[in-house]
Design a binder for this molecule. Structure first.
Ligand code: SF4
Ligand code: SF4
Length: 215
């Protein structure tokens, strides 16, 4: 605890007034500001405007001309699929724990042999991203162990109500490409989850080299 007593309210006010007076006195003593140009003030002002006329126009024509982002721009998220259409998300919630803005909500579900959505034991049953909270930092995609979650270049996320800015799993899932089948369905690329990370989608093509196991 400090020995100094805090100044009383009246004393603080007096000090503030004194410093304001001191500043005003210094301004008076300094005299008028000297100009560095021989042009009168209005001439200098219009000179700035006149100089802009000859500069390259940088006006963006968006939305008439779509804006092209840098390839690594962090835009809307995508939940990816395996080549047979099964979901890469295993409902582990690591993305939600990594998110500093608490923008992700995940609830995992159990896969069964009758209803399989991902090659693992579990899948993301409910998945939501709240774009009112997201700051597009990308920590969630770094945390994802299956590369299920990635970010696209899509930045057109504005809306006129809060509800529509909470994106659901259906909105975030990657579209089905040719050769993919909408889950649930059995595993087509191998007998267990590991096969999905080491084999190519075409069984007639040579298998990719097996990645070394982490210890
Ligand atoms: S980009 Fe950042 S803020 Fe947005 S959901 Fe991912 S971790 Fe959260
Ligand atoms: S997106 Fe990735 S980190 Fe998030 S729950 Fe699914 S598998 Fe886990």
């Amino acid at each position: 605890m400090s020995d100094r007593n805090p100044p009383a309210e009246g004393e603080e006010k007096g000090l503030a007034q004194a410093s304001r007076g001191e500043l005003a006195r210094r301004d008076r003593d300094a005299g008028p500001v000297k100009r560095s140009s021989w042009l009168p003030g209005p001439g200098q002002g219009f000179g700035v405007t006149f100089a802009q006329i000859f500069r390259k126009v940088t006006t963006e024509e968006y939305p008439e001309v779509p804006k092209v982002t840098k390839p690594r721009y962090h835009g809307r998220h995508v939940l990816n699929r395996h080549p047979d259409g099964l979901e890469k998300c295993v409902g582990c919630e690591l993305c939600a724990w990594a998110c500093p803005a608490d923008a992700i909500y995940v609830e995992g579900g159990d896969n069964t042999e009758d209803a399989r959505y991902s090659p693992g034991e579990r899948y993301g049953r409910i998945y939501q991203i709240n774009y009112l909270r997201c700051i597009f930092c990308g920590l969630c995609i770094e945390a994802c162990p299956t590369r299920s979650l990635t970010m696209s270049n899509d930045f057109e996320l504005a809306d006129d109500n809060r509800r529509d800015l909470i994106y659901t799993k259906e909105q975030l899932m990657a579209p089905l490409l040719p050769g993919m089948e909408a889950p649930p369905h059995p595993m087509r690329l191998g007998d267990d989850e590991k096969d999905y990370y080491v084999r190519t989608p075409d069984p007639t093509s040579p298998a990719e080299p097996v990645a070394e196991e982490r210890t």
